[in-house]
Write a protein that binds this ligand. Structure first.
Ligand code: FES
Length: 201
């Protein structure tokens, strides 16, 4: 069922809450993952968490392990955290590195994902094709966003109205001083709705 149908009471034309199945049925989540979450912008963290060249953190978005780096060009790069040889993650946690060396057979990659070395294998065969793929990303108000399918409309123009509301808070100048990780055993919409509720703010 379409969300719009769910949200509207056809008889009265008024709005109502979603039915329970839309929060709990795996088919609905699969549908959301394919049609919405994989196609839209997802927030990964703050750009100020990786202020210096070589800083990085790892994160997972949907089923994609990602490596977020500050590369030599000063840009934030969002890379696939999957070695192109046999699929091992090339980094974990966060820190600062000059390059990323895969723990499995020691292929190494630059901060921009370019393949640097392939011990015991002719590098020429692999180097051009086997860099870590770079995902499309944007930084908005200091937050790092990724678009996994690469097809979403640019995000900043779509948030113009929000930029006006937030401008006095200068979020792009803020610095992260504390972070905590929580795993909620719930559907993602419950989180969104909780943080939209004014009594929680
Ligand atoms: S899996 Fe990374 S070098 Fe083999």
């Amino acid at each position: 069922m379409d969300f719009v149908d769910e949200l509207r009471d056809r008889a009265t034309g008024t709005e109502r809450t979603l039915s329970g199945a839309l929060y709990s049925h795996p088919d609905h989540f699969q549908d959301e993952a394919e049609r919405l979450l994989s196609r839209e912008w997802l927030c990964l963290g703050r750009a100020d968490e990786i202020p210096n060249v070589g800083d990085y953190f790892t994160v997972q978005a949907m089923h994609e392990p990602l490596l977020v780096t500050r590369a030599n060009d000063g840009d934030v790069h969002v890379l696939a955290n999957i070695c192109r040889h046999r699929g091992s993650p090339v980094a974990s946690g966060s820190g600062n590195a000059k390059k990323f060396v895969c723990p499995y057979h020691a292929w190494s990659y630059g901060l921009d994902g370019a393949l640097r070395a392939t011990p015991r294998m002719p590098k020429k065969r692999a180097q051009d094709l086997c860099g870590l793929p770079r995902h499309r990303s944007e930084i908005w108000a200091g937050f790092v966003y990724v678009n996994l399918d690469g097809e979403a409309a640019p995000m900043a123009p779509r948030l113009m109205g929000l930029s006006d509301i937030l401008q006095n808070y200068r979020t792009e100048e803020m610095r992260c001083v504390h972070s905590a990780e929580e795993v909620w055993a719930t559907n993602w919409k419950c989180l969104v709705e909780n943080f939209m509720e004014a009594s929680h703010l």
